[in-house]
Design a protein around this ligand. Structure first.
Ligand code: FES
Length: 118
């Protein structure tokens, strides 16, 4: 298979029920990855353009499910299956989907944000 233009890493980490950070798998990331792969295939992007892989924890659990796009380094958060068609179309155009892109604040754990606020 050829090297793809982009590689997507869908965090599929699973923590035990009740773990304080939760996990992307507990929020449906495994099913999300399967649907994303199917849509990329249907759109004709899977073989040459975009490969959707799973990953371990990307350390932004509170914003999960998380999809990281490389080489751009864009992180998408709180991704649902309903978002996937729009995400796939953005990937087909080589564009960033701003409404799902995490900002710098999203990389700080909420508890730490509250602590910093006082
Ligand atoms: S469990 Fe998915 S980012 Fe940590």
């Amino acid at each position: 298979m050829p090297r793809r233009e982009r590689y997507l890493f869908v965090c599929a980490n699973r923590r035990p029920d009740g773990a304080p950070r939760g996990s992307c798998a507990a929020r449906g990331a495994v099913e999300l990855h399967a649907r994303l792969k199917a849509l990329l295939e249907e759109r004709g992007l899977a073989a040459t353009e975009v490969r959707a892989c799973t990953s371990s924890c990307l350390d932004v659990c509170w914003a999960g499910p998380v999809v990281a796009v490389f080489p751009e380094g864009t992180f998408y958060g709180r991704v649902t299956e309903a978002d996937l068609p729009e995400l796939v179309e953005a990937l087909a155009r080589g564009e960033r989907l701003e409404r799902l892109a995490l900002g710098e604040d999203d990389f700080v754990e909420p508890a730490a944000r509250r602590g910093a606020a006082g």
